[in-house]
Design a protein around this ligand. Structure first.
Ligand SMILES: *[C@@H]1O[C@H](CO)[C@@H](O)[C@H](O)[C@H]1NC(C)=O
Ligand SMILES: *[C@@H]1O[C@H](CO)[C@@H](O)[C@H](O)[C@H]1NC(C)=O
Length: 874
């Protein structure tokens, strides 16, 4: 990159010095290094793989002193409930995760959603902790139900304790729900998830609950073993009866035991007085008539004389399940699973005896007893869950939508009905009068089983999308009382004429009932929006170019001169066919159709966006973009080379951006994946809308496509686009008002992405996190080393990095009025540059003076920057 920069400076001469200077700032910020992700290493230090530990009602994240397990506050994980603390007099000796709790006075069902990285079809232990501590001063312990996913786990009536469940979820997320049954306010103190080995605790589809887990042969007054002694953080309670003989060893027990029983647990055992006395054990009756699972863990820990071997038989509730006896090997653990279904009120007991004819007394090292519960309810079809979650987030639906949408049916979400299929599907959705704003999202068309959709009396804008016709079973569609524009797609009208669909779209003043729309188009243009965006783009472009060059250099890219000029020429369809070599190479795909690589007669490469004939939406966008790009030219807007408009055949020809888009360079996702979010095209500033040509110059694209271009005033766009979560101005989300400052916000987010090398939305173990939630605590701590892209391996100038972070911070206050104008942001960036350049020049002169032999500009630059970006503390 360094070579390139200097070469570029020489090539373009003084007029481009400014650009070059800006590059330098960014380079100083970004440094120059390859590979190696420090973040991953750091992550291992403070997180335990396969563990999620949440302090409900907790105020901060911390590491538990006793176990070293990091606990997270639930602040970011749940929107409902109230934080309560245990009164000081009863909390002195409590673990921190018990000192606070979250209670749920509102709503019948409240849920935490756990999202373990390993996802569905893995075996997990989930533990919920409760410490009442008379937090509410009522001195009355509440009773309520606990659900795991869509099934009842158990009823909670506990002052101090925990419940755990072991099961294999069918979904990538696990809902833990507290259900108010009218006997007090549900509460929870802590919630923990532990990934287990899939080979242990097998049940056929059920879940194991109410564990009783004993470390046999250890004095009962000794401490309970858990993490880190037990890698799964199980609790082992010591147990030694008076008539048992304690046996122990200091030798290491073969740790390859399948159930990962801790060595310290197996090293102690109990043995009966002699071979003729069995080892007896009994438990109070289980809660229900459920089946019990008993896991016996044995290991011979006495060094026996040669030829001797302990041999045992197990009797559970009066039955011999095993016909064969169990033979124990020295320091080699073995686990025996037995199941039984005791009858009502019956105690559970077992005895372990010496096998007939053997002389060594029976022994036991550890035992676990569980009750099995069935999980009869199946969750809603996953595609429906994902679609409705998108709708919930996109429109910020304020209903009490928690847990599974359909199951159990008594808790199905307000405003929707489900089928009784297996799995259940969402068949009707009523979001009438729910304050929805923005366009109709594609997510609605992903609710494939939908029969009735009522979105009436909201503030929905944009066009009436054709994709709703993809809903095969849709028989009622009500869009009355919104602010939709354009015309009603023919395909929906036909469904209505054929009597398949009851379609209502009245009280949308700007919606034409028929297609094509005859009403005169408003002649209002988008200049204000463009003006602000151009400024943003300019600045972005600089930064972006530098970043891109940096990456390109790493991939050994080269620089050539381009000859593309804006021509705005009209082409016939046959010309388009030959330009694209019969649509041979697809380079992108959007909601409106595919983008092909093309070559003009003079060998200039172009990108050809072909309007798909089935896309009604695309036609308007096609027109809008063509009109816009013919009027507005800017070196940082992607330029139109020409167009084709032959009846059904419509295409736009753009300059070819050889290096993909910023998003790809930032995070490596494929363009296709990104381009396949149809059919509402991104219209906010974000890396994927910023393309790179072979010079690594950045240009904003998809500009015209996004809007209906009806800007009434500088500050307000009434027909507004659906933005992308992560880049969308929070004020706009709340009020629906889009203005220049919304761009400033998006720009701030992109700056943060460039600085940190992370996407705007980070996938987390619990839920997806916004980059600001991640970066803010680090900024508060002044932890610049952890903020900046770890791929730089610490090679950056701290002051420059801070300056960049400050500039980004300026852009992102929640209220638009608090954000500076883009001019101001630009000025700040330039100031940052000037500082950096003053230093840079001094260095360069020194270098040139010393290195008289070097006539190779790239060599010089290399030296120059080597000294400029002195490594900092690593
Ligand atoms: C759900 O079904 C009930 C009973 O048939 C009906 O009253 C209600 O309007 C339906 N809700 C929706 C959203 O269609
Ligand atoms: C949707 O709910 C509203 C009341 O909120 C009701 O008037 C309307 O009939 C419902 N629509 C359907 C399709 O059930």
């Amino acid at each position: 990159m360094k070579e390139y920069l200097l070469r570029k400076a020489n090539m373009d001469g003084a007029s481009n010095l400014k650009v070059w200077l800006l590059f330098v700032v960014v380079i100083a910020i970004l440094g120059n290094s390859a590979g190696n992700n420090q973040y991953a290493a750091r992550k291992l230090d403070d997180e335990i793989p396969g563990f999620i530990s949440i302090d409900c009602g907790g105020d901060e994240d911390y590491t538990d002193k006793e176990t070293g397990i990091p606990y997270k506050s639930d602040k970011e994980l749940i929107d409902t409930g109230m934080v309560n603390t245990i009164p000081a007099d009863s909390s002195t000796n409590l673990a921190q995760y018990l000192k606070s709790l979250r209670s749920f006075p509102q709503g019948k069902r409240n849920c935490y959603t756990l999202r373990p990285e390993q996802g569905k079809n893995n075996n997990y232990m989930i533990r919920a902790r409760f410490f009442y501590g008379n937090y509410d001063g009522k001195n009355q312990v509440p009773t309520f139900d606990l659900h795991i996913g869509v099934n009842l786990w158990r009823t909670v009536a506990i002052k101090d304790g925990s419940y755990s469940v072991i099961y294999v979820p069918l979904t990538d997320y696990i809902d833990v729900c507290l259900v108010n049954t009218g006997n007090g306010i549900p509460y929870i103190s802590a919630l923990e998830l532990r990934l287990l080995d899939n080979s242990i605790y097998h049940t056929a589809g059920g879940a194991l609950i109410n564990p009783r887990r004993y470390d046999i042969g250890r004095e009962s007054d000794q401490s309970v073993f858990r993490y880190p002694d037990d890698v799964y953080d199980r609790y082992w309670i010591p147990k030694l009866d008076v008539d048992w003989v304690q046996v122990s060893t200091s030798s290491t027990i073969n740790s390859q035991n399948a159930n990962n029983i801790p060595d310290v647990v197996l090293r102690t055992a109990a043995q009966s007085q002699n071979a003729s006395i069995p080892l007896n054990f009994s438990w109070s009756p289980p809660d229900s008539l459920s089946k019990c699972y008993v896991y016996f863990h044995f290991a011979e820990i006495k060094k026996l004389e040669a030829g001797q071997q302990r041999e045992l038989t197990i009797n559970l509730n009066g039955q011999h399940y095993l016909t064969e006896s169990i033979k124990l090997d020295y320091l080699n653990p073995i686990t025996i699973v037995q199941t039984d279904q005791p009858s009502s009120g019956q105690w559970l007991y077992f005895s372990i005896s010496a096998a007939e004819g053997t002389k060594l007394p029976p022994i036991l090292n550890a035992v676990e007893i569980f009750e099995l519960i069935e999980l009869p309810n199946k969750p809603t079809a996953i595609d429906d869950v994902e679609a409705i979650m998108e709708i919930k987030e996109r429109y910020r639906v304020t209903k009490n939508w928690q847990g599974d949408p359909c199951v159990p049916s008594e808790f199905s979400w307000d405003g929707l009905n489900c089928s009784n299929n297996n799995p259940p599907r969402i068949i009707s959705l009523n979001l009438s009068s729910s304050n929805l704003t923005g366009v109709i999202a594609t997510s609605f068309s992903n609710l494939k089983a939908l029969q009735s959709l009522d979105l009436s009396y909201n503030d929905l804008t944009g066009s009436l999308p054709e994709f709703l016709a993809q809903l095969q079973n849709l028989s009622t569609l009500n869009l009355s009382g919104n602010k939709l524009t354009g015309s009603v797609p023919e395909v929906l009208q036909k469904m209505s004429r054929d009597g398949k669909l009851v379609l209502s779209f009245g009280e949308n003043p700007d919606l034409c009932p028929s297609d094509p729309c005859n009403r005169k188009k408003k002649k209002v243009f988008v200049i204000p929006v463009i003006a602000s965006s151009i400024t943003a783009v300019l600045v972005l472009l600089f930064i972006f170019s530098a970043l891109a060059i940096y990456r390109m250099k790493r991939h050994g890219g080269t620089v050539t001169k381009s000859s593309i000029k804006s021509q705005n020429q009209q082409y016939s369809y046959s010309e388009v066919v030959s330009i694209t070599n019969n649509f041979k190479t697809i380079i992108g795909e959007g909601g409106f159709g595919k983008v092909y690589l093309g070559k003009l007669k003079d060998e200039t490469k172009v990108a050809v966006k072909l309007l798909s004939t089935s896309s009604y939406q695309g036609y308007k966008e096609f027109q809008a973009e063509a009109q816009l790009l013919m009027i507005v030219h800017h070196r940082n807007l992607v330029s139109l080379v020409g167009y084709c408009d032959e009846g059904e055949k419509k295409a736009l020809l753009y300059e070819y951006m050889a290096n993909g888009n910023l998003h790809q360079h930032l995070s490596g996702l494929e363009y296709l994946h990104n381009g396949c979010k149809p059919p509402i095209i991104h219209r906010d500033l974000k890396p994927s809308n910023i393309l790179l040509n072979e010079h690594m110059q950045a240009k904003i694209a998809d500009f015209g496509l996004s809007r209906a271009f009806a800007t009434e005033s500088d500050s307000h766009v009434s027909t507004r686009p659906a933005g992308t979560l992560g880049y969308l101005d929070p004020e706009f989300q709340a009020t629906g008002n889009f203005n220049k400052k919304s761009d400033v916000y998006s720009f701030g987010i992109i700056l943060f992405e460039l600085i940190t090398g992370r996407p705007a939305i980070l996938r987390g173990p619990m839920r997806n996190n916004h980059i600001l939630d991640w970066v803010n605590p680090l900024i508060e701590r002044g932890d610049v080393q952890n903020i900046v892209d770890p791929r730089l391996e610490g090679e950056f100038n701290t002051n420059s990095a801070w300056k960049a972070i400050e500039i980004a911070m300026l852009c992102i206050p929640p209220l638009a009025i608090q954000r500076p104008d883009m001019n101001h942001v630009l000025a700040e960036l330039k100031e940052c540059l000037a500082l950096e350049m003053a230093r840079g020049r001094t260095r360069r002169m020194e270098t040139e003076g010393n290195k008289t032999t070097s006539r190779n500009p790239s060599k010089m630059t290399h030296l120059e920057y080597e000294s400029d970006i002195a490594p900092h503390a690593r």
